[in-house]
Design a protein around this ligand. Structure first.
Ligand code: RNT
Ligand code: ZN
Length: 429
């Protein structure tokens, strides 16, 4: 493979030419590609900070724990906040469309001082907040219930030890306070997503009590009210984790019920279900009963392995369902993967570009044509159109989107990552 050495003018011309042909092809299906490009660029995607440093954070801890695990040893991991910000900014220059940056409390900057997780304050995120303002990248947030001595029993908010439970309740409260301060600072709600690893390696005898405790602990936390324009609360379910193979307290049914009863958002992570279960089918059902969803695009390989999101059928189906629901205002879109075995900036770029591709493709769907065929009982027509859509000149529209967003089209971004690896990452020892 060779780098495309076209000059700016030549590149522009070839992109525009192919795009004109593509536009005509889509017109046959009544689709306005210009409109779809603008809409796709306008959807914020929350990029997970933890791909940049293998979920390590700045507390000086060694591993993620809590059932999650970044495997691999590719050189160049960001070792501190400045490196993480620089890497993210570089990745953002290769990724089209609106972006947010998703932090964990692990990424607090305490100036070398040890601050207990239940004592964290908004001030420990002030550098993040000013960076976010300056770069116009809004932030999202997560309390961190893992990689901590108080999480060693495998139970946090649902622990039967009141001392442990109260510690994590205080942590969760601190996290919401910080998220709300971030939201006020950036003038848009900060999504605070609660995921707890709590569960059991082997078959428990009592499945109920931890769930009652989790419900009550969450209630105690969300009882503190913040203005809706500063914070969005979400809860994330899971099927199993490493060390919680037999039982996870915060299962899908638990959080579906909880989010619906308390009218908060539900986080669906594409790696958190049985392998043949897909998020696409859950969206329309869940949206009937809860105010909105947070989606973690990930990729499970055999298990919740957190591989880099790719332009898979599953991702594309999920994007289509979001677009069909016409509920972009009720669905927060985020990424959640961490692969330490490949260049981490490439990982961010591949995952986020693939998701944006999925969103663009979804917005290029002539949905009404499909539902009309369905209503008329012509399911062969529905299937025929769906099949034709798959081979329309999508890549020409994608290249045009990248061009409009002033990021590299095609594979050209890869050469920039190579250069950054040589100039910056390889110098980190
Ligand atoms: C874990 C959850 C959770 C984490 C991040 C780091 O299984 O998916 O979202 O990946 O909070
Ligand atoms: Zn997740």
């Amino acid at each position: 493979m060779k780098e495309d050495k076209k000059t700016g003018e030549q590149l522009k011309q070839s992109i525009e030419e192919s795009y004109e042909l593509a536009k005509t092809a889509y017109t046959q299906f009544g689709v306005n590609t210009d409109k779809a490009i603008r809409a796709a660029l306008d959807i914020p995607v929350s990029v997970q900070c933890w791909q940049g440093d293998d979920v390590t954070g700045f507390e000086g801890s060694v591993g993620s724990g809590g059932g999650i695990l970044a495997t691999g040893n590719y050189p160049g991991r960001a070792r501190n906040a400045d490196e993480l910000r620089a890497d993210a900014q570089f990745a953002f220059s290769l990724i089209p469309g609106k972006k947010r940056f998703n932090l964990h409390t692990l990424y607090a900057e305490t100036g070398g001082k040890k601050v207990s997780r239940d004592e964290l304050e908004p001030e420990h995120f002030k550098t993040w907040m000013s960076w976010s303002k300056k770069k116009k990248i809004p932030l999202d947030f997560n309390p961190s219930f893992f990689a901590h001595p108080m999480a060693n029993t495998g139970y946090t908010l649902s622990s039967d030890d009141k001392r442990i439970r109260d510690f994590w309740i205080r942590h969760c409260k601190a996290s919401r306070k910080i998220a709300s301060a971030i939201g006020a600072n950036q003038g848009s709600p900060c999504v605070n997503n609660i995921w707890v690893p709590d569960g059991s390696k082997d078959t428990p005898a009592d499945r109920l009590s931890p769930r009652q405790r989790l419900r009550d602990a969450l209630d105690e936390t969300i009882e503190i009210k913040y203005e809706a324009k500063t914070i969005t609360d979400a809860v994330e379910s899971k099927l199993f984790g490493i060390g919680s193979e037999a039982y996870v307290v915060g299962s899908h049914e638990f959080y579906m019920g909880y989010a619906s009863a308390r009218q908060i958002k539900l986080c669906l992570d594409s790696g958190h279900f049985h392998p043949t279960e897909a998020l696409a089918d859950k969206i329309s059902a869940a949206l009937l009963f809860i105010p909105g969803l947070l989606i973690h695009f990930s990729r499970g390989l055999r298990w919740d392995s957190d591989h880099v999101a790719i332009y898979s059928d599953e991702l594309r189906d999920t994007c289509r369902e979001i677009a069909r629901a016409k509920c972009f205002n009720r669905i927060d879109i985020a990424l959640d993967f961490f692969d330490a075995s490949i260049n981490r900036i490439a990982a961010w770029t591949i995952g986020t570009r693939s998701l944006r591709k999925g969103l663009l493709e979804a917005l290029l769907e002539p949905t009404k044509m499909l539902t009309d065929a369905e209503k008329a009982g012509k399911n062969h027509e529905r299937l025929a159109i769906m099949e034709e859509l798959k081979t329309l000149p999508f890549s020409a529209v994608w290249d045009k989107l990248c061009f409009d967003a002033e990021v590299p089209s095609g594979i050209n971004w890869l050469y920039k990552v190579d250069q950054y690896e040589k100039d910056v990452l390889n110098k980190r020892k």
